[in-house]
Design a protein around this ligand. Structure first.
Ligand code: KIV
Length: 289
């Protein structure tokens, strides 16, 4: 008898094993139940509740304003849509900048209340002590270096990092520091392909690239960019695999036209009385006249 294939849950040790086996890791952001279901049904490995939710879902100009409560709200919704994929949730700006205790409490909330299986935080050498502390508390950490969008005010814009030898060396030190601190993977955002390749060769943990070229151990994209549902300018590395914005807009315009012309709904799209109710109503109406 044919049985459905067993769902092999993606775990942190499995993500580490993937690198040893030379198998690429696929990761996509998810922010709610439908996007989580799609990540799951497509068989992607990791669902990241990214703080990019601030921009692509909540309409903020940057990731800076999104709160821990908002991240929790979205993480819970994603949890309800996932079974197999590993659920990683972003620690938002401000939740790990005050002190070790606050960081730990924020991460614990994402795990205990949100159902996250790991957290992600931005920064390299300067976050090493925090990563170590989180790992000590049994919270797996995905690090994030290169272009770190939460550093927008310091960086002055979203530009590729590590383009000079000294900047590249600094990022290599960041990569080594997060691995030494116990991170199980590291996101490399917006950096030269050559630098990402060096990191991927040197590190034992998987590198997950976004705008870091094809040599990383895995790739991550923002859901809305991948399906063509974004409204801002498109980064060089984004490949829209669909045009959901175009398709949705066309559907909405057609709905408007159909409503205005009485073409929606049709009789077939309406509920009806059964013949006996109709008959009874009509004879009652006749009696009342
Ligand atoms: O918030 C996010 O979506 C991210 C990815 C771009 C890696 O951090």
């Amino acid at each position: 008898m044919d049985r459905p294939a067993a769902v092999s849950k993606i775990t942190v040790p499995l993500i580490l094993e993937r690198k040893l086996r030379g198998e690429k890791i696929s990761c996509l952001t998810a922010y709610d139940y439908p996007t989580a279901r799609l990540v799951e049904e497509a068989g992607l490995d990791v669902a990241l509740v990214g703080d990019s939710v601030a921009q692509v879902v909540l309409g903020y100009d940057s990731t800076i304003p999104v709160t821990l409560e908002e991240m929790l709200h979205h993480t819970r919704a994603v949890r309800r849509g996932l079974r197999r994929a590993l659920l990683v949730a972003d620690l938002p700006y401000g939740s790990f900048h005050v002190g070790e205790k606050e960081t730990l409490l924020a991460a614990l909330r994402l795990v205990k209340e949100g159902g996250a299986e790991a957290v992600k935080l931005e920064g390299g050498q300067k976050r090493a002590a925090l990563i170590r502390r989180l790992v000590e508390a049994e919270i797996p950490v995905m690090a994030h270096i290169g272009l770190t969008p939460q550093s927008l005010n310091r960086l002055g814009g979203y530009t590729a990092q590590g383009r000079t030898v000294s900047a590249a060396n600094e990022l290599l030190a960041d990569a080594q520091a997060v691995e030494d601190a116990g991170a199980f993977a590291v996101v490399l955002e917006a950096m030269p392909r050559e630098l990402a390749l060096q990191m991927t060769r040197r590190l034992k943990i998987p590198t997950i690239g976004i705008g870091a070229g094809p040599d990383c151990d895995g790739q991550v994209l923002v859901f809305h960019d991948l399906v063509g549902l974004s409204f801002g300018p498109r980064a060089k590395f984004v490949r829209p695999y669909a045009d959901l914005r175009g398709a949705a807009l066309q559907a909405l315009k057609q709905f408007k036209t159909d409503v205005e012309h009485g073409a929606y709904p049709t009789d077939g799209e309406s509920y009806h009385w059964s013949p006996s109710v109709r008959e009874q109503f009509e004879s009652d109406a006749v009696r009342k006249v």
